[in-house]
Design a protein around this ligand. Structure first.
Ligand code: ADP
Ligand code: MG
Length: 698
């Protein structure tokens, strides 16, 4: 059946068209104005909006409404209230007013607050982010909101993002004004988040406790066929997967999520979805919805969607490529080279601001991608290393080198040599070189940050990105606003900033060992794991940055660090306990019973007077016994350290214990079990193998 995309697109969204149609003109205008200025709505306006929203929602099959928010757990939260109310006459009415639209008061005591909210003051409140449209999901009107404690401390991922958008807007406007542009009213970051995921058969995965509890495999020998043939990437999509993808697209389109590209990824059972980019707060909400729908629709299709960063050892993990740029409300991408020297000068200034920002705040970007799951990926051979660097491509690098030396850039084509503003050159728009190994690649008109893990909310990376670039632009604007000769000051500024920060630029292979050494020489940071990266959140320079732009207070940063460390420890703890359960109750008994069978076979032979000393059975028994002893030992150690030991006195010490001790013991246990898997008959192995899982969908 043909799908009429334009007619279903956004059909479940209370978007601009619906508002224009259903709201009285003055209400619509006031709402728009409030969104633009970031000012609160008056109760009168909110009441009118709520009325129209309720009618629209009821017509579209909703029975409930919920404030939809993004607490620090990393997933979205919702508490549903039905529109149902009883009036004085005892009749059922459908009620929803401005107060309920603007503000909700969920009991917040069970959301992580990192000590910000004393338990006796458990209340929190949610406030509508009117710049992100309400939508209907599963019979509920969802109102995108920010989440704060009663004292005003923020408890979610959305609020700092919204604040960082203001900071970026403010500083970028100062810059474009310097270039004589007074028509631009608003500048926003735009983001397109490419989402990778795995699909496996639900039935087959149901007997794997690790997939059920941890969303990844904790055991599993390498299958005979991995991704070495490179036959999955962009390969033909299997029928079941294709049906799922069609369904997913359709549901996303209804929710106004512009899903655009879908394909198989490098690993078997791995896929990717990319949307058309949009304003960063909306892109954040849309990515959360995408992940949620992927999971629920996979179930409907008899599959499980794994968003974990490393569901399978030895095959590629999943990331989320965060494509980031800055655009004006007049539609100009400020990271796109222009048509004339003026525009190119402005472009080079914004580009240099990003270079400076990424160099000065490598640590913040790195820690925005830190988690127990992503630790398995960063630094592996398929993902960027833990070192943050920028890929610019040869041509842009040469241009900036020329600016630094106050030399003329000799473009590839003679016609590109338009020298207008100063020595800043004109150059072709098309930078065709590509680099797939860089953590932060400039791809012609945007930066692609590739460190993020597939299960992450994109909020943190983007509020960091917005804020650090806002800070660089602020310093630039401060220096240029008072300049006597703008052109000379501009060229000097770019030359100096580039010289100071060019160590962050690396156009080579970021996966190589050579780069690790080179990066160390350049003084770039290399925080290998989450426990190395996270403590830098509270470094003085980072607190100063986030406080000065009004993004987070020191208290809020400290509490966020605690929450993230705590979440790291909890994740590893659950994984360790799941491993123990599988090893003790499934692997060990299976191996022992297999061994017993072999012993019986050997004894039978002996009874028949056959020589058994050098028989296959005895040989196998010896190998199995040695490995079983190793397994048993590893179980013992892991159990002791996970269950009994004092792990430390604060969140960092505890997380370090999990990283330095528990993770190492988990690795040992896995090694013993995976070796045993290779020796034990398939029939006797207690759960599906890697080959069963990775090739479970036909
Ligand atoms: P790739 O080769 O990395 O797959 P694509 O051209 O498919 O690159 O784009 C990847 C993502 O980048 C898409 O989600 C796309 O919408 C997004 N994107 C394109 N332009 C911009 C921009 N100006 N700002 C933010 N994201 C963008
Ligand atoms: Mg990409």
């Amino acid at each position: 059946m043909a799908i009429d995309i334009p007619s279903i697109y956004g059909s479940l969204v209370f978007n601009d068209n619906v508002m224009r149609e259903r709201l009285p003109v003055e209400v619509y205008t006031s709402l728009k104005q409030a969104v633009e200025d970031g000012t609160p709505l008056t109760l009168d306006i909110a009441n009118e909006v709520a009325k129209a929203m309720k009618e629209w929602a009821l017509e579209n099959g909703a029975t409930h409404y919920t404030h939809w928010f993004q607490p620090m757990t990393g997933i979205t939260a919702e508490k549903h209230d039905s529109f149902l109310d009883i009036n004085k006459q005892g009749n059922v009415i459908m009620k929803f007013n401005g107060k309920a639209l603007i503000k909700g008061e969920p009991d917040a005591s069970s959301f992580p607050s990192g000590g910000l909210r004393a338990t006796f003051e458990a209340r929190g409140y949610t406030a509508w982010d009117a710049s992100s449209y309400a939508f209907i999901k599963d019979g509920s009107l969802c109102i995108p909101t920010a989440f704060c404690s009663y004292g005003g401390e923020i408890l979610d991922k959305k609020t700092p993002l919204l604040r960082s958008m203001d900071a970026l807007n403010k500083q970028s406007l100062r810059i474009v004004k310097l270039f004589g542009n007074d028509t631009v009213k608003k500048i926003s970051a735009t983001v397109g988040a490419e989402q990778e995921y795995f699909l496996i058969d639900k039935k087959i995965s149901e007997s794997r406790l690790d997939i059920i509890h941890c969303g990844r495999t904790l055991f599993g020998a390498k299958p005979p066929k991995g991704q070495e043939m490179e036959d999955h990437y962009f390969g033909a999509i299997k029928h079941r997967v294709s049906e799922f993808m069609k369904d997913l697209d359709k549901e996303l389109w209804k929710l106004g999520v512009p899903s655009k590209t879908k394909h198989n990824e490098a690993a078997p059972a791995q896929h990717e979805l990319a949307p058309v980019f949009t304003t960063v707060n909306i892109a954040t909400d849309q990515n959360q919805l995408t992940m949620e729908l992927m999971k629920s629709l996979a179930h409907k299709h008899g599959m499980v969607c794994l968003l974990h960063e490393k569901p399978f050892a030895a095959v590629n993990g999943s990331g989320k490529h965060n494509n980031w740029s800055i655009s004006t409300d007049t539609g100009k991408n400020l990271l796109e080279p222009g048509d004339n020297p003026y525009e190119n000068a402005q472009f080079l200034l914004f580009l240099t601001a990003v270079i400076k920002a990424v160099d000065e705040y490598q640590d913040l970007l790195r820690l925005s991608a830190a988690s127990a799951g992503n630790d398995h990926r960063l630094g592996g051979n398929e993902a960027p290393p833990a070192i943050v660097s920028i890929f610019l491509g040869d041509e842009l690098t040469e241009i900036l080198e020329a600016v630094e030396k106050h030399a003329k850039y000799k473009g590839k084509k003679k016609s590109d040599m338009k020298i207008g503003v100063s020595v800043l050159p004109s150059f072709p728009k098309d930078t065709t070189d590509r680099n797939r190994t860089s953590p932060m690649a400039f791809t012609g008109n945007k930066f692609e940050f590739r460190m993020l893990g597939s299960s992450f909310s994109i909020a943190c990376t983007n509020y960091i990105m917005n804020t650090i670039v806002a800070e660089a632009l602020k310093e630039f604007a401060d220096a240029l606003e008072g300049a006597e000769d703008f052109n000379t000051a501009l060229t000097d500024l770019i030359a100096k900033a580039y010289k100071k920060h060019k160590r962050i630029i690396y156009n080579g292979n970021s996966y190589s060992q050579e780069w690790v050494e080179e990066a160390r020489k350049r003084g770039l940071s290399n925080y290998i794991s989450t426990v190395d990266a996270l403590p830098h959140f509270t470094d003085e320079k980072n607190v100063k940055l986030l406080e000065s732009h009004g993004i987070l207070s020191k208290n809020e940063i400290v509490s966020r660090t605690e929450i993230l460390l705590d979440s790291y420890s909890k994740t590893v703890n659950i994984e360790a306990l799941t491993m123990l359960e599988m090893a003790k109750k499934q692997i060990l008994p299976s191996v022992l019973s297999y061994e017993r069978r072999l012993v019986e076979m050997a004894l039978n032979k002996k009874r028949l007077d056959e020589a058994i000393d050098r028989s296959v059975e005895v040989d196998l028994i010896n190998k199995l016994s040695a490995l079983t002893a190793k397994l048993y030992d590893a179980i013992d150690k892991l159990e002791c350290d996970t269950l009994n030991c004092n792990k430390g006195n604060n969140a960092l010490e505890i997380a370090k214990f999990y990283h330095n001790v528990v993770c190492v013991e988990m690795k040992n246990l896995r090694e013993a079990a995976d070796s045993l898997e290779g020796l034990v008959g398939k029939k006797h192995w207690p759960f599906p193998t890697y080959a069963d899982l990775l090739y479970s969908i036909n």
